[in-house]
Write a protein that binds this ligand. Structure first.
Ligand code: PGA
Length: 252
């Protein structure tokens, strides 16, 4: 049985005070929730403060990105080495980083390697744009991204990874994929992993769905056999909404 994992990607939201208020509200809402792993991914400057809040709780911490080199003249970047004592997870390959900040399949792969080397679990995002979807290219596009992200990664390393299927047309639009379609593509990702590593590894890797997940649609999505949790953007900024999704995953 794979434990579902719900990760909240706060993106570039929340001042210090707002971040602390959100964490406090989340801790109240999520007190006693069992059966799902919960990860908060606040902006870099608040990681340490949020980590202190979470110390005595089962809630885990993630970064939203990292750089692959350990250290050096890379102004503005934060390395996996620097994150390793602070976060258990790190998002890589989010479509916003791919579309706005030049992230490529190659850089995603380098980041995956760096994170695994430092014992941080990558949450690796893949997903097609509206154009690929309309052209009927979703399957080849997503499979290609999965293969590229995993290039050179051992089976042991692959088991550390959480894949996140995030169709770009569904992110922040209020237009989530249907549970059936999300389940289908998550299954496709699992097949791609099976081709690379065999069934036992593929069965062990958790695959999230992300894109306009809310308290309203979470239960149906979380009931799907291939979907092992969700990556949440907008709804992770509201404690009650995020907690409702976590409960849906724990029950699903
Ligand atoms: P959304 O974002 O939940 O606001 O659609 C998801 C994401 O970008 O990970």
């Amino acid at each position: 049985m794979r434990t579902p994992i719900i990760a909240g990607n706060w993106k570039m939201h929340k001042t210090y005070d707002g971040a602390m208020d959100l964490v406090e509200a989340l801790m109240d809402e999520l007190d006693n929730v069992e059966g799902a792993e919960v990860v908060l991914c606040p902006p870099f400057p608040w990681l340490l403060a949020v980590a202190e809040y979470l110390e005595e709780t089962p809630i885990l911490l993630g970064a939203q990105d990292c750089y692959w080199a350990d250290e050096g003249a890379f102004t503005g970047e934060v390395s996996a080495l620097m994150l390793k004592d602070l976060t258990q997870y790190c998002i890589v390959g989010h479509s916003e980083r791919r579309a706005l900040f030049g992230e490529t399949d190659e850089s995603v792969n380098k980041k995956v390697h760096a994170l695994i080397e430092h014992g941080i679990r990558p949450i690796c995002c893949v997903g097609e744009r509206e154009a690929e979807r309309e052209a009927g290219e979703t399957d080849t596009f997503v499979t290609g991204q999965v293969r590229a992200a995993l290039a050179g990664v051992s089976a042991e390393g692959a088991l550390m990874i959480v894949m996140a299927y995030e169709p770009i047309w569904a992110i922040g639009t209020g237009r989530a994929a249907t549970a059936e379609e999300a389940n289908r593509v998550c299954g496709l990702i699992r097949n791609a992993i099976e081709e690379l590593y065999g069934a036992p590894t593929a069965e062990g890797v958790r695959i999230q769905y992300g894109g306009s997940v809310s308290g309203r649609n979470a239960a149906e999505l979380m009931r799907q056999p291939e979907i092992d949790g969700a990556l949440i953007g907008g709804a992770s900024l509201r404690a009650d909404e995020f907690a409702a999704i976590v409960r849906a995953a724990a029950e699903g």
